[in-house]
Design a protein around this ligand. Structure first.
Ligand SMILES: *[C@@H]1O[C@H](CO)[C@@H](O)[C@H](O)[C@H]1NC(C)=O
Length: 270
């Protein structure tokens, strides 16, 4: 009897996969391997060299344009297609903690991955039936520039899941205004960091990070860290034992200096 009650469910998934056409992301609700491949492929080389932000607000007056702060250095289309995928929000190619609790997340186009530049950014996505605010925590290698792979839950807010693929427009927004981050930043160390190799990530900001430099508290000279495509910034020969001063530059042009950061004070938990 159980078998027969499952049949409608099965055919629903099959038909939604068919409707989704070539989209590889819509049919993987039950295949975590697709998610794993995203993580793995995030470590392959990606395209670089995105220029500066193209304003999404081209229709506004000069006054409004001045008042609109730049958020991201992304230069690509702010429209495309949304698909959905079965990541449960427990992780992603951005090496962030994930969003299992609210499922408000999306995977960013691999064509515009830009070395994980938009990881942690928040975007407001408008679809046929509604609007949803999500955070970028993952990569969608197959998504064209401007397209987003949404959590199943997020997709359901802008269109029926059964549609599989829908047109969207989107814009960058403040994660704090959207209630997706608190705005108090923390420096997180990649596990394995030591005096001889280190990588850090800054979490919790309203807007995405541009670059990170670090110096020993006793030194006057900052060392620029190298952005890795898994959304950490590294020094492959290490920076000593610290404590450190961390200089964070955001893509909106602001910077923050975080003092007295101790080696491995917070270590990633995945
Ligand atoms: C830029 O982003 C940072 C980090 O989220 C934020 O603290 C700062 O207020 C922003 N600056 C502007 C001008 O929006």
């Amino acid at each position: 009897m159980r078998f027969f009650t499952l049949l409608p469910l099965l055919s629903f998934f099959l038909s939604s996969s068919l409707r989704a056409g070539a989209s590889p992301s819509s049919s993987d609700l039950n295949t975590p391997s697709n998610f794993n491949s995203k993580r793995a492929s995030a470590h392959l080389s990606r395209r670089h060299g995105d220029g500066s932000l193209s304003s999404p607000h081209t229709g506004l007056s000069a006054f409004s344009r001045r008042a609109t702060a730049k958020i991201s250095t992304y230069s690509g289309p702010l429209k495309g297609q949304a698909t959905w995928y079965g990541n449960d929000g427990s992780g992603g190619a951005c090496s962030l903690p994930g969003r299992s609790s609210d499922l408000k997340f999306a995977a960013f186009s691999g064509a515009k991955w830009d070395n994980s530049a938009n990881c942690g950014a928040c975007v407001r996505v408008t679809g046929p039936n509604g609007v949803i605010d999500v955070q970028i925590i993952d990569e969608c290698p197959e998504c064209a520039a401007g397209s987003l792979d949404l959590s199943t839950s997020a997709f359901s807010k802008i269109a029926p899941i059964s549609r599989g693929v829908v047109p969207i427009t989107w814009e960058f927004i403040s994660c704090v205004s959207a209630g997706l981050e608190k705005g108090s930043v923390s420096v997180v160390w990649k596990s394995g960091s030591s005096a001889y190799w280190m990588a850090i990530q800054v979490r919790g900001a309203a807007f995405p990070v541009q670059s990170i430099a670090i110096r020993a508290a006793t030194s006057a000279t900052y060392t620029n860290l190298k952005r890795e495509d898994y959304n950490y910034f590294s020094a492959t020969s290490g920076m000593g034992n610290g404590p450190f001063v961390v200089l964070v530059r955001y893509q909106n042009g602001s910077k923050t200096i975080i003092k007295n950061v101790k080696l491995n004070s917070i270590v990633e938990d995945d």
